[in-house]
Ligand binder design. Structure first.
Ligand code: FES
Length: 273
């Protein structure tokens, strides 16, 4: 069993938990994920490692309450335990040799973008972070990003925090002002990553996206997480989750991501009632 040692509400729909999982903490790296089950009957859900403390033996996860399982997870308190916490899974994000990077985070995707920005910063790279949210109430990890970014731009849809507009607006301005990036790393909603990749393609800037499709076994066996990348079938759990954003078939991924939406909505309503 894996104990919740700390729980923190980051905004009305996003929660951070620190989990006692020494074996996962020992090997975890930015970009990797874990699969957890809340209880013995629970479904398995993938969550990206948001941080880890090898000395304390803890792994931090940040999740948005979107369905029945995240609703149940959010009901657990400090001191309670998770049934399973398996990982680290997936390939770590590639950060070696990068000198100047734009890290783009959207919504809860910032939880995945942050450890990558932190690692790049620790390696001495110049990090420009652009993070986007619907409004000021949903802003998360601002202080954390400030601490690891040479430049931080916050964008909100309604202008209630930072600047009004989309992350692509800010990224375009940075590129057009002469900033030259070795790479752009974008993590957030599929539609955001699609448009970041479309923008950077025009400028010929390598762009990496982190894909988080439906996952079941997390070992490449079930096919649940399949994607088309450069015309080939890939499995996000073993081949990713990071992929070349210019090669991902985002339209297919968006269609597949909505397959279980009605079922998920009903399951969440039943959990809440
Ligand atoms: Fe089953 Fe990736 S989760 S193949």
């Amino acid at each position: 069993m894996y104990k919740i040692v700390k729980k923190e509400v980051l905004n009305p729909t996003v929660t951070r938990m620190e989990i006692d999982a020494p074996l996962v903490a020992k090997k975890a790296q930015p970009g990797q994920f874990i699969i957890l089950r809340v209880d013995a009957e629970g479904e398995r859900i993938p969550l990206t490692v948001a941080d880890y403390d090898r000395e304390k033996g803890t792994v931090t996860i940040i999740f948005q309450i979107v369905g029945a399982t995240t609703e149940k997870l959010n009901h657990l308190e400090e001191g309670e335990c998770l049934q399973d916490f398996v990982g680290p899974l997936g390939t770590p994000s590639h950060t070696d040799g990068l000198h100047k990077v734009a890290v783009i985070g959207g919504g809860v995707g910032c939880a995945i973008a942050y450890p990558i920005a932190k690692k790049l910063h620790q390696q001495g790279a110049e990090v420009h972070s652009v993070v986007g949210f619907r409004n000021t109430d949903l802003v998360i990890l601002q202080e954390e990003f400030e601490a690891v970014s040479d430049k931080l731009v916050i964008m909100t849809d309604d202008g209630s925090s930072g600047r009004k507009g989309l992350v692509t607006d800010a990224l375009k301005e940075l590129i057009e002002s002469g900033e030259q990036y070795d790479e752009v790393i974008a993590i957030g909603p599929l539609v955001m990553m699609k448009f970041v990749a479309a923008l950077t393609k025009g400028y010929g800037i390598k762009t990496v996206v982190s894909m988080n499709p439906i996952m079941i076994d997390g070992t490449g066996m079930c096919g649940g997480c399949r994607l088309t990348v450069g015309g080939e079938t890939k499995f996000a759990c073993v081949d990713g989750p990071d992929f070349d954003g210019h090669l991902v078939d985002f339209d297919e991924a968006i269609e597949r991501s909505s397959m279980y939406r009605d079922f998920e909505k009903q399951a969440r309503e039943e959990t809440c009632n």
